[in-house]
Design a protein around this ligand. Structure first.
Ligand code: BTN
Length: 324
């Protein structure tokens, strides 16, 4: 964390009480002038910081930004979000995360206020305006590439549980679109770098339409997407959301590392919007119709076709159909 974020964290943790410039300077081993300069920068970023010559600084109001200082103050995790790279704007947090994955610790998060080239599944673009939550988590699990889809299912469960904790009925469409009342509010793009038998790293990119106006989306997405703001009727505190998400994600990841994938899968099944639905699956080579009857231990979807044949789908695009 840089000095500015450390000052911000101390101001947030002191909950509006004054912190003297001298104390900050001493604790951070910098001069009082350096502290003052950082306070000036924070004010320019929209933080309202009151100051009095003898009593010090107090934080009056925080802007709604996802910078590391805001997120780390009160974050209850020990791996996920221990290090956070923040961008006001970037091309794609997944691209940045992949570039840095080799040289950072597991759990590092890359987060941005907006993305200019957000990436979706199957080579699609992902709209990422300000107000959303666009983040990528770097993981280094000791697993074979074959099991990577498990991480994707786990991420979907963590997002759905977080959204549910905000009082909304989140469900998961296979493999990991999170829906509210049938409309997509979150997409997840997991990318891996691997040897034949072992993953080097895995980047889990999560995009959530939090305080986004989906009415401004191009027509093709407008009817099928929603936002947390739209469903709740008011904006959410994105910092609270990200802290809760990191906590849920870490709790599941610890289970995953203890080989307790069955309990994660059980949670996925309980929140599934796909099991029991008639679906159309489009893979790179074919289109299959059938009833989704389950998900196996590797995260593959099991379909029963109209002719009663069972099909296992490892990856593809899934569309829910009306009953035939
Ligand atoms: C999907 O197609 O449903 C997956 C969308 C994933 C979007 C997220 S936003 C954060 C991260 N950075 C990206 O460029 N993509 C993912």
């Amino acid at each position: 964390m840089n000095i500015k974020d450390k000052i911000l964290e101390k101001l947030i943790l002191s909950k509006g009480k004054r912190v003297s410039g001298e104390k900050l300077a001493h604790e951070l081993s910098v001069s009082r002038t350096a502290v003052w300069k950082q306070i000036k920068e924070l004010r320019e970023e929209g933080y309202m910081i009151d100051s009095s010559t003898n009593l010090g600084y107090s934080l009056v109001k925080t802007p709604d930004t996802l910078n590391p200082g805001n997120i780390k103050a009160g974050l209850k995790t020990s791996i996920i979000g221990k290090d956070i790279e923040y961008f006001k704007e970037t091309e794609s947090t997944n691209i940045i995360a992949r570039e840095m994955a080799g040289s950072v610790e597991e759990g590092t998060v890359v987060i941005a206020e907006s993305q200019t080239g957000g990436r979706g599944r199957m080579g699609r673009k992902w709209l990422s305006p300000e107000g959303g939550i666009w983040l990528s988590i770097i993981l280094k699990p000791r697993i074979q590439p074959l099991y990577a889809p498990r991480i994707t299912l786990m991420a979907g469960v963590s997002v759905a549980k977080t959204i549910q904790s905000f009082g909304l009925p989140a469900k998961i469409k296979w493999p990991n679109d999170v829906l509210i009342n049938g409309k997509k509010v979150c997409g997840i793009l997991t990318e891996i770098e691997a040897e034949i038998d072992m993953i080097d790293y895995c980047v889990v990119g999560i995009g959530i339409d939090a305080n986004v106006d989906t009415e401004s989306f191009p027509e093709e997405f407008r009817d099928s997407s929603t936002s947390l703001k739209k469903e709740l009727g008011h904006e959410i505190n994105r910092v609270d959301f990200v802290q809760k998400l990191m906590w849920e994600f870490e709790a599941l990841y610890l289970k995953f590392q203890k080989d307790d994938f069955p309990s994660i899968l059980e949670e996925w099944r309980n929140m599934s919007a796909t099991i029991g639905e008639w679906v159309k699956i489009t893979t790179q080579s074919r289109t299959i119709y059938g009833e989704a009857i389950g998900v196996d231990n590797e995260g593959a979807l099991i379909l029963e076709t109209g002719e009663g044949r069972l099909e296992k789908i490892v990856a593809g695009n899934c569309e829910h159909l009306r009953m035939p």
